[in-house]
Design a protein around this ligand. Structure first.
Ligand SMILES: [Fe+2]
Length: 519
């Protein structure tokens, strides 16, 4: 048995308890507590929503579970973490309480762990035991980081088979979830009645959002991916309401009450149900450092500082107005971190597509979707100018939101040959990979001829696939980054297989996307 080093457990997020700490040394050695219980046995489905972990650092990780209570009182929960699946080499253990005030969810920030380690964890309550979760801490130094990148899991629209396929991978550090983890819509699709949204109406209240999370987290494929991999997650719009911004949403009306109340309810349920560390109320923009290989900057382009988007198909002049997307503080933080980073790869995990996407050439340009960075063109200009002015190299943007697969080169003006050459990629300042949705609907109705025409107007878009569901795996090394897109055969088949669709490489020192798909 390994000697235990300094150990402590952090604030019990969502459990309204004082901080528990204890430490061990060679001379002051307290054995870890063990689970003991002699009360009545809880219901068989005491842990019916599985386990989860997230926000790993080099010495800590959040672990999560939820207890399904038999009455309204607090529930005593015991948790433990070990380096082996048999829990013979435990490194941390303690008691905590799951309470109604946090929907009986429980988050523990387990600290004092070793870097670059795999850990196993489990919970006990009322004589019942949860499934065993597996998680990891970030290494201090590394020459390789691989992540599965996902977003947009609409439970009513299809099966979470892509989550299952990610769960089965053993060649990733963890999962990046870029938002739309739930959808707020009511109504049913009819395709899979057992997956119809619950409650059956658009969710508005705290209880509604909690109920929706509980429904999603009852899905076995979603449970499996949480069980096997730590998550680094940010929300997009549907964790509150469609096309939300800080002061409202397209899918919100006055009859549904105040936006502030609805937003607060959505955010509270998100922090209760996702294994995320909340350092400051409502703040999800944060940094993860994988040694000097990858600086991962997770952004909130949705609820922190975003002003209302311009409407659909707004002429470029309107889109170029001053309009905040990140908010001044987050934008300053992003630009500063890009300049100061010593990492090989500066990686942005964020929600909406950054690349230009036009239906016409300037000055008659029309942007297709003002909800994307196109609606906030000055913010994009500031970011790309900052990258150029400060010679920031090797910036990779990872994006969700639009249920389709893209590989884009990012440039200040893609149709100005003085600025960008699509043949050589000269003038590209960064690259962007957009993930397909886990299950949400893509653009099946887009005619191929229109796609071709759009590509001629958007030469920096090197590849787009508009219909398939899946995810991509991205791997960073000291020489290159590679993104491999995986597409499901059929999102409506709960046993669908998945295929490698495309593979791209970006060499260090270039912002050039190379298609390395094997025939
Ligand atoms: Fe979505």
């Amino acid at each position: 048995m390994d000697r235990r080093s300094f150990l402590k457990t952090g604030a019990l997020v969502g459990a309204s308890l004082p901080m528990f700490t204890f430490s061990c040394s060679d001379t002051d050695f307290e054995p870890l507590p063990t689970y003991q219980y002699d009360g009545p046995l809880g219901p068989p489905r005491t842990f019916s929503h599985g386990v989860a972990s997230g926000d790993p650092t080099t010495d800590a990780v959040i672990i999560w579970t939820r207890v399904t209570p038999s009455d309204l009182g607090p529930v005593q929960v015991f948790w433990e973490m070990a380096t082996d699946q048999d829990f013979e080499n435990r490194v941390a253990a303690d008691w905590a309480q799951a309470r109604q005030s946090a929907d009986w969810t429980l988050k523990v920030d387990v600290m004092g762990l070793g870097p670059g380690q795999t850990y196993y964890y489990r919970f006990f309550a009322m004589g019942r035991q949860s499934i065993i979760g597996r998680t990891r801490t970030i290494p201090l130094e590394t020459d390789e980081v691989a992540l599965a990148v996902t977003s947009c899991s609409n439970m009513a629209r299809g099966f979470f088979r892509a989550y299952r396929k990610i769960a089965e991978r053993d060649d990733i550090f963890g999962v990046l979830h870029l938002g739309d983890y739930i959808y707020e819509y009511g109504g049913g699709t009819g395709a899979t009645p057992e997956r119809d949204p619950f409650p059956r109406y658009d969710i508005v209240s705290l209880n509604d959002y909690r109920t929706r999370y509980a429904q999603y987290r009852s899905d076995r494929d979603l449970q499996a991916v949480h069980q096997n991999h730590p998550f680094i997650a940010v929300w997009d719009d549907h964790e509150t309401a469609n096309n939300s911004w800080k002061d409202g949403a397209d899918n919100h009306s006055e009859e549904q009450g105040s936006w502030a109340d609805r937003k607060a309810a959505g955010l509270q349920a998100y922090f209760e149900w996702l294994p995320i560390r909340e350092r400051e109320p409502g703040r999800i923009w944060r940094q993860f450092q994988f040694g000097d290989l990858v600086d991962l900057l997770m952004l909130d382009t949705r609820l922190w500082g975003r002003e209302q988007a311009p409407p659909f198909a707004t002429p470029g002049e309107v889109a170029r107005e001053e309009r905040q997307l990140l908010g001044e503080d987050q934008e300053e933080w992003l630009l500063d971190n890009l300049t100061q980073s010593n990492a090989v790869w500066k990686v942005l995990g964020q929600q909406v597509m950054m690349a230009h996407f036009r239906l016409g050439l300037p000055p008659n340009e029309v942007f297709i979707n003002g909800d994307q960075w196109d609606g906030y063109a000055r913010v994009r200009e500031r970011l790309l100018n900052h990258i150029e002015t400060n010679s920031v190299e090797d910036v990779v943007v990872l994006t969700g939101d639009i249920h389709t697969s893209w590989a884009n080169e990012l440039t200040i003006e893609p149709v100005d040959p003085e600025i960008y050459n699509p043949e050589t990629s000269a003038g590209a300042r960064a690259v962007e990979f957009v993930t397909p949705a886990i299950s949400s609907q893509g653009l099946e109705s887009l005619p191929p001829t229109l796609v071709e025409r759009l590509q001629s107007l958007n030469p920096h878009i090197r590849w787009v696939e508009a219909t398939k569901n899946g995810y991509y795996r991205i791997q960073f090394t000291r020489d290159s980054c590679e993104a491999e897109f995986w597409h499901l055969d059929d999102v409506f088949d709960p046993r669908s297989e998945i295929q490698s669709a495309r593979k791209f490489r970006v060499d260090r020192g270039e912002s050039k996307i190379r298609d390395i798909t094997e025939a």
